[in-house]
Design a protein around this ligand. Sequence first.
Ligand SMILES: [Zn+2]
Length: 185
Amino acid sequence: MKGSTGTLVIWIILIIFLVILFFLYNQLEDEDYLHLGTNAPMPTELHPIVEERKNILVEQVSDININIVITEEIRTFEEQDQLYEQGRTTDGNIVTNARGGESYHNYGLAIDYALENEAAKIIWDVQYDGNNNGKSDWFEVADIAKELGFEWGGDFRNFRDYPHLQMTFDLSLRQLQSGIRPSSQ
Ligand SMILES: [Zn+2]
């Protein structure tokens, strides 16, 4: 009897120790992010890393004679809600399945691009090969963006969003909605 009580005590101490370790580990993990709790202020501009990579992308594609235009950056919840209604209760095609707060655009973590043709006209033509290298300019841009750390909407399974590029910093929309933000480093 005495022996088994001793074993039980050792087990309890071990479990408490593991629980404490687990909490400490989680706290360490949280330091990767600016954990602002709920109702963290909404960013008003692109995350600095997204901004930086966006500019690199524009430069790198121009090196291979592709001109792109960034047609969309940060979007407020209100603008997102309006966009959601497009093709549903307002004119136009459905362009998004995300309502306010459900898009990485709302947190300054996404951009959209389009091509500019020789006539300096903005086009959404994924077949266009303006630099005449036998490859679609649109996909060339997507490949370079992915090398720069973006996720490309053309790879999304449910809703292919060809103009869309985002960086999640491993944060889910739920985490962002709860007020967790990527650190700005
Ligand atoms: Zn987008």
